[in-house]
Design a binder for this molecule. Structure first.
Ligand code: PLP
Length: 320
């Protein structure tokens, strides 16, 4: 049976070019980047090359990129790190009700230890109104966290506008960009973000590696204490092969992203049209145009999602 994998929001296959680039760093180039000998320095140089690729992709500086174990750690670090560092200023956080669990559960944790969190609802299309963000700000607000694009419905949020509001009020602004990073061009200055989460396995890089962009001057508390790695923001010996793979995946995405997005948008809209023509009582969830090129999310009246997915799987189609 022909198998069709339609679950790229969950994870992607690692690009063979990425694997090829990673392989020597498991064997010949195995040095610890903290070591001063040539084995270590070779690893360190390769890490910084990967860091530069990610930084230039975002319009950031190399020293503003910190490698983490993935999107989840980046979100946890951003939210808890800013909350702990700014307790003297206030205890209020604003986020949306449709964030990934990594954001929502970090906020829930902070609520248990005395922080107050506003979870703003989104409209029918899954869009957050920047005016609602503005209204929710109090003199105790220390952080606003809004995802760039939804992993479920694919809606792309007005991050630039929300970032402008945050900047005017001098409030730290974090965006979980895990789903959009590597799929559409993004620039941290245009978005007005102070923190931005990324994950490698959503763009054909290896799993278990991600990054957090931290704008220079952002007050953060670190949670991994130990060695001097990542400018003391995140101790632990670097996952060198994964970092190299992540850098390669970003390099590939940078060169192919625009073409890929055009192609996927056509396929996405063709799939939506086909479903609407052939099936009754269907609803498209999320915004029709302000959505990721690779996302289709539908509900069918009276059809239970899980049974539909199991039946699709029996036909060789993997979806979420
Ligand atoms: N944030 C979003 C929007 C995601 O889609 C995901 C992954 O599903 C994550 C965070 C977590 O990323 P990771 O799997 O790298 O921890």
């Amino acid at each position: 049976m022909r198998k069709v994998y339609l679950d790229y929001a969950a994870t992607t296959p690692t690009d063979p070019e990425v694997v090829k680039t990673m392989l020597p760093y498991f064997t010949d180039r195995f040095g610890n980047p903290s070591s001063i000998h040539s084995f270590g320095q070779e690893g360190k140089a390769a890490i910084n090359e990967a860091r530069e690729k990610i930084a230039s992709f975002l319009g950031a500086m190399q020293e503003e990129i910190i490698f983490t174990s993935g999107g989840t750690e980046s979100d946890n670090f951003a939210i808890k790190g800013v909350a702990y560092a700014n307790q003297h200023k206030g205890n209020h956080i604003i986020t949306s009700s449709i964030e990934h669990h990594a954001v929502i559960r970090s906020c829930k944790f902070l609520e248990k230890i005395g922080f107050k969190v506003t979870y703003l609802p989104v409209n029918e299309d899954g869009l957050l109104d920047p005016e609602a963000v503005k209204k929710a700000i109090t003199d105790k607000t220390i952080l606003i966290s809004v995802m760039h694009a939804s992993n479920e419905i694919g809606t792309i949020q007005p991050i630039t506008e929300i970032g402008k509001i945050a900047r005017e009020k001098e409030i730290c602004f974090h965006s979980d960009a895990v789903q959009i990073f590597g799929h559409l061009p993004i620039n941290v200055d245009e978005l007005n973000v102070d923190l931005l989460s990324m994950s490698s396995h959503k763009l054909c890089g290896p799993k278990g590696i991600g990054a957090l962009y931290i704008r220079k001057g952002t007050r953060m508390v670190s949670f991994m204490h130990g060695g001097e790695q990542e400018r003391r923001r995140r101790a632990s010996t670097e996952n060198v092969p994964a970092i190299i793979g992540f850098g390669k995946a970003v390099e590939i995405a940078k060169n192919s992203m625009n073409e890929e997005a055009k192609k996927l948008t056509i396929l996405r809209d063709k799939l939506i049209k086909g479903i609407f023509e052939k099936i009754e009582h269907v609803r498209l969830n999320g915004h029709s145009t302000k959505r990721l090129p690779n996302n289709v999310n539908i509900s069918i009246e009276s059809v239970e999602g899980e049974s539909l997915l199991l039946n699709l799987d029996m036909e060789g189609i993997a979806a979420s």
